[in-house]
Design a protein around this ligand. Structure first.
Ligand code: ZN
Ligand code: ZN
Length: 144
């Protein structure tokens, strides 16, 4: 499994010779690498602002775009929102229809689909499946 890591980002910055690792950028990477809920850019902004109240939306968006361009985070599109995913390995997602929580599902857990039956003769390299339902915490709430 490959996951966003502050050390990789630091060495990429050193190699690029043109980017600077500011405390805000570091805080963005820190937050993302430990985030398991696939935050939106606004959630990243809110979290980083708790530490660095002057962090601008532009800084957050630029940093996210830069990490995405470097293949260090992935985007997940859901319900008109773009969410950011520090897990860059192939995997699927489970989305809770009650709380909107997005969870990672291991790639291997979902069996092979019959891609040879595709009508357009497309050649599939990887696939991402979105499973929908009710997450474990929401099921508990329901039982109370
Ligand atoms: Zn839920
Ligand atoms: Zn994910």
């Amino acid at each position: 499994m490959s996951r966003l890591d502050q050390r990789d980002v630091e060495s990429m910055v050193v190699e690029s010779h043109r980017l600077k690792m500011t405390p805000q950028r570091r805080a963005i990477v820190d937050y993302l690498q430990s985030a398991t809920h696939h935050p939106t850019a606004d959630e990243v902004l809110k979290a980083v602002n708790e530490k660095f109240p002057m962090t601008s939306r532009a800084t957050v968006y630029n940093t996210l775009n830069w990490l995405k361009g470097a293949g260090m985070v992935r985007e997940v599109y859901e319900g008109g929102h773009v969410r950011f995913d520090p897990n860059t390995s192939n995997h699927h997602h489970f989305i809770c229809r009650r709380c909107g929580r997005v969870e990672d599902i291991e790639y291997e857990l979902i069996g092979n689909c019959q891609f040879d039956l595709l009508p357009g003769n497309q050649k599939v390299d990887i696939y991402e499946i979105i499973l929908r339902g009710v997450c474990a915490p929401c099921q508990t709430i329901n039982k109370q």
